[in-house]
Design a protein around this ligand. Structure first.
Ligand code: ZN
Length: 203
């Protein structure tokens, strides 16, 4: 209520304009964690960010909820940027690698567990568990960026010459800062280059 009246005071036509249409340029794929609110941490207003959130910010190639969001935002809204944003200390990532049973969520998190398993030799060398979780958080973002770069909706958009870039960021709840993980891709060749980039030094 207070929020709505403050908005109208600052811009009397605000809600009329917003109700007429949305034309966001960004799709946000982030974690459901209540401490990682999409619009607030990037400083964007309602109408500027199309948002998909799930536990551990996944872009699963067979999840119809996610795929519907992706198709709508790429083909109809024609977003120009897709941001996969992870966060350090993610409870979903932690649960994927701590070998405890929780139920249905274990199945949702299986792709992270699989990814960690593929890199287990490197990960075991990181003895501090919180540090290991954070490394997996970063690698999880990279995995989702790579999935997106091979997703048929994205590939078709690129083939049609649509301007569409995918980025991997990570947020720190401790300092409120976003970090760019330098994973941006906007062309199939960049997807291949990213896939060939080592995950760890000496990989
Ligand atoms: Zn999380």
């Amino acid at each position: 209520m207070n929020w709505a009246s403050a908005r109208v005071r600052a811009d009397p036509k605000y809600f009329q304009r917003l109700a007429a249409q949305q034309s966001p340029e960004h799709l946000w794929i982030g974690c459901s964690d209540s401490r990682v609110p999409a619009n607030e941490i990037v400083g964007l207003d309602p109408g500027e960010l199309f948002v998909h959130r799930n536990v551990a910010n996944l872009a699963p190639p067979r999840d119809v909820n996610f795929l519907s969001v992706l198709q709508y935002s790429v083909e109809i809204l024609k977003v120009r940027h897709i941001i996969v944003c992870g966060h350090y200390g993610c409870g979903g990532v932690r649960a994927a690698i701590d070998n405890q049973r929780r139920g249905l969520i274990d199945h949702w998190l299986q792709p992270i567990a699989d990814m960690a398993h593929r890199h287990k030799a490197h990960l075991r060398a990181i003895t501090d568990f919180d540090t290991r979780v954070n490394v997996v958080c970063e690698h999880n973002v990279r995995t989702q960026v790579e999935y997106l770069g091979r997703n048929p909706f994205v590939v078709d958009a690129w083939r049609k010459g649509q301007s569409l870039a995918i980025h991997g960021w990570i947020y720190s709840i401790r300092d409120g800062l976003l970090r760019n993980l330098d994973l941006s891709i906007a062309h199939p060749k960049q997807v291949d280059a990213l896939s060939e980039r080592p995950w760890f030094p000496n990989d």
